[in-house]
Design a protein around this ligand. Structure first.
Ligand code: HEC
Length: 131
């Protein structure tokens, strides 16, 4: 469960998105995402305190700017994400090692630790041999 929610670092989504996401966990991720109220509140507080608004990272700033207060909970729907991934062939996202755009970790080794810099991104051309 934690894995699903925290598969992207909190600074990549605004407070509002984390709120919407956390208020509707079961619908988005199935029954597995149900958590006790106390745990839920701890997670939500953590996400809010570390959301994009609180970050000085460039990516956080860009996300906020690109979402413009829209109710987006999937970062892949943001213009910022689309722009930063526009050079990646769609076949790469659907190949067996990646499977989905939401599988950030397939390419960003340490994304859950907040490391999104180039040196933490795998060489995606290595995926092409698995198409
Ligand atoms: C198929 C591989 C792949 C997947 C899957 C992927 N990314 Fe990326 N991502 C990249 C590559 C490659 C770049 C660098 C693009 C460039 O510099 O031209 C990048 C760039 C980024 C950047 C910009 C970093 C910067 O400072 O410029 C962010 C933020 C990011 N990805 C977040 C995510 C998140 C969050 C997810 C999952 C929802 C995700 N990515 C899924 C390959 C991927």
């Amino acid at each position: 469960m934690h894995h699903v929610i925290l598969s992207i670092p909190p600074f990549l989504l605004p407070k509002k998105s984390w709120n919407i996401l956390m208020s509707d966990l079961e619908n988005h991720f199935g029954d597995d995402a149900y958590v006790e109220e106390e745990t839920h509140n701890i997670i939500l507080k953590f996400l809010e305190q570390n959301s994009a608004e609180t970050s000085t990272k460039e990516a956080a700033f860009m996300i906020l700017d690109s979402l413009k207060n829209k109710d987006i909970i999937a970062i892949t729907k943001s213009n910022y994400w689309k722009k930063t991934h526009k050079n990646i062939d769609n076949n790469i996202f659907s190949n067996s090692l990646v499977k989905s755009k939401a599988n950030c970790k397939a390419c960003h080794n340490d994304i859950e630790k907040g490391l999104i810099e180039d040196e933490n991104i795998k060489n995606i051309s290595s995926f092409t041999s698995y198409m």
